[in-house]
Design a protein around this ligand. Structure first.
Ligand code: TXA
Ligand code: MG
Length: 382
């Protein structure tokens, strides 16, 4: 059987324990079924230990199981198996030159991936793991070429979600974990997003609820004399400044040019997260921004277009066809950003206005994702 096409997909849900006072889910002995798109999904509700054992067995057969993390859902596969990794690229339709992040549940698992961890890297791991930080390490020579894309480094992280640590532990090997979306789509922050993109192509997804961070991990390279941020995320430059070595952003992140020919982190050269509608980022003084948003809503409607707003106060966009409002800081937007882009597609929106943020360390990661999603379209109203 071709594993990737026509696979029956399972949605694993954690059974509440009887102590939690809810109905006793252990009583459920029949699988439920639901349909996502055209595809049948089997819902299996199990206690955690049983769930991770069962899901891990699929990984051991080189199949794909998506898992929750604190950042976004990952598409899990045995990071040491070429066959499993080939399934990852096929299911996601991912370019082969884009390397994967290996997810570990313990420092002991690093032995599978790298011959050497420097003392500086060890201090950083101790501080930030488990957490949203991926670190490039020297790659073992025998790692599959699909994992590293032939580079001499391998990206590694220990995710924070307790279900996921148990899952990786049950598998017994590090998991490749690219975001569990089809290439080019917004990263998934719920199990439903995963199923929208990959039902029928993967063996299953473990439902761990909505991701708390909502954007992908910070990716860093640690050299002897400096730390380089290759992809911005929740762990910021000043978080990393405590080690007495300078921390800088990789050139492609600071050059305003959209894409350099060969950034150090290959994933950064692809356009990501693009919604079907035209996305514009709007930044500036609130009064000017709010007037612009109101005007654009009327203008869109005059032209017969459907318009969505992301991140603005509800009362200024009351006439929009889709209003996605949360608090007014970048960290308020992060957990909702990808869901908002997907919701705009579902609502068949033509124009999307997203709130942008003034350049600052804590807004950098969200602006980086917004810029990728918009193809760089920013309306500045200062
Ligand atoms: O938060 C995350 O990191 C999520 C969750 C699931 O853990 N995973 C994720 O994986 O975002 P992915 O495959 O969507 O992004 C991996 C990024 C890409 O930009 C890739 O180019 C970069 O990490 N990367 C991986 N290995 C690398 C390496 N050896 N050198 C440079 N960049 C690397
Ligand atoms: Mg991704």
């Amino acid at each position: 059987m071709n594993l990737v096409e026509g696979t029956q997909t399972i949605l694993w849900k954690v059974a509440q324990t009887p102590e939690s006072g809810e109905m006793n889910p252990y009583a459920m002995d029949e699988d439920e079924q639901c349909i996502i798109g055209q595809i049948e999904v089997i819902v299996r509700t199990l206690p955690i230990e049983k769930l991770v054992q069962e899901a891990a067995q699929h990984l051991q057969a080189d199949e794909l199981v998506a898992f929750p993390t604190e950042t976004v859902y990952g598409l899990g596969a045995n990071a040491l198996s070429r066959r499993a990794l080939q399934h990852v690229f096929a299911a996601k339709n991912r370019p082969m030159d884009n390397p994967l992040i290996a997810h570990v549940s313990s420092l002991a698992q690093l032995d599978y991936l790298t011959p050497h961890v420097s003392s500086l890297v060890m201090r950083i791991m101790e501080e930030f793991w488990p957490g949203p930080l991926s670190i490039l390490l020297p790659a073992r020579k025998d790692l599959p070429q699909e994992l590293t894309a032939g580079l001499d480094t391998v990206a590694v992280r220990m995710p924070q979600h307790p279900l996921t640590l148990a899952f990786i532990e049950a598998a017994g090997f590090p998991l490749a974990g690219p975001s569990a979306n089809r290439s080019g789509r917004p990263s998934p922050t719920t199990a439903k997003h995963v199923l929208q993109d990959l039902a029928g192509k993967i063996s299953g997804v473990i439902d761990g609820g909505a991701c708390s961070v909502g954007i992908e991990s910070t990716v860093i390279e640690v050299l002897e004399q400096e730390i380089i941020i290759l992809r911005p995320g929740e762990i910021t430059r000043s978080n990393l400044a405590q080690y007495g070595v300078p921390v800088r952003y990789d050139e492609h992140l600071v050059q305003r040019r959209e894409m350099t020919a060969s950034p150090r982190s290959p994933g950064q050269k692809y356009r990501h997260y693009a919604p079907q509608g035209e996305l514009r980022i709007v930044t500036g003084y609130d009064s000017r921004v709010f007037n612009y948003v109101k005007d654009e809503i009327s203008r869109a409607h005059t032209k017969g277009l459907r318009i969505a707003t992301i991140g603005f106060p509800r009362d200024i966009c009351i006439d929009a066809d889709l209003i996605l409002s949360f608090g007014d800081r970048a960290i308020d937007m992060a957990p909702h950003l990808y869901d908002s882009l997907r919701a705009s597609d579902e609502a068949v929106i033509d124009v999307i206005l997203a709130r942008g943020f003034r350049a600052a360390e804590e807004t950098f990661a969200v602006m980086n994702r917004l810029l990728k999603a918009s193809g760089g379209i920013v309306i500045e109203l200062y």
